[in-house]
Design a protein around this ligand. Structure first.
Ligand code: AMP
Length: 189
């Protein structure tokens, strides 16, 4: 049976990079709401038009929109064999909706919690801003995204701790080093 994983961590923790490596290694689809939303913005869909200003400010798109997106994505055939969620859920309401979607038969089995030092993370995001020119990577937005993470998303660690599925991983260091830690945690759980 495939694996049902969630990668959790603040903006700039390297979730996207690590998610791609894990998905290749494990052979499961990478489900990133950030990637899906940016695709909508790029294609100029109604959803993309509604989401753009919110994303540029570093705020959260409505629970309703992202839950519907993930519900649809999880219904694809490839997700029947497992998946890795990246950037979703970001609120307790989203986590509850995800639990309801997955049902008791195939709950999440591990939440990899990437732990980083905030100053380091802000620097990574500023570096990415310089390289990729993402509209939500200016300093003010980055600070807001961190504040939103702390107030809305960090409570998910306690939420999943109740189910005893949180696997903390040190997110400081090189890409390969961090991936090694994640791989070790996954082979142990
Ligand atoms: P990410 O690439 O995961 O950092 O997401 C980029 C932006 O997309 C976030 O700052 C939010 O504005 C939006 N976004 C992505 N995932 C979610 C989510 N699960 N809930 C609400 N907004 C989201």
């Amino acid at each position: 049976m495939g694996r049902r994983l969630l990668l959790l961590g603040p903006p700039g923790a390297g979730k996207g990079t690590q998610a791609a490596l894990v998905c290749t290694a494990v052979g499961i689809p990478h489900i990133s709401t950030g990637v899906m939303l940016r695709d909508h913005v790029q294609r100029g869909t109604d959803l993309g038009k509604a989401a753009k200003a919110i994303m540029d400010a570093g705020d959260l798109v409505s629970d309703e929109i992202v839950i519907a997106m993930v519900e649809d994505r999880l219904s694809w055939d490839d997700a029947a064999c497992g998946f890795l969620l990246d950037g979703f859920p970001r609120t307790v309401a989203q986590a509850e909706a995800l639990d309801a979607l997955l049902g008791g038969e195939r709950p999440l089995e591990a939440v990899i919690s990437l732990e980083v030092i905030e100053d380091e993370v802000v620097q990574r995001l500023l570096d990415r801003a310089a390289k990729e020119g993402r509209a939500d990577d200016n300093e003010e937005t980055i600070r807001n995204r961190m504040a939103v993470y702390r107030s809305q998303t960090e409570p998910l660690i306690a939420y999943y701790r109740n189910a005893d599925i949180v696997r903390p991983v040190d997110g400081m260091g090189g890409i390969g080093e961090i991936f090694g830690r994640i791989a070790a945690v996954l082979s142990a759980s």
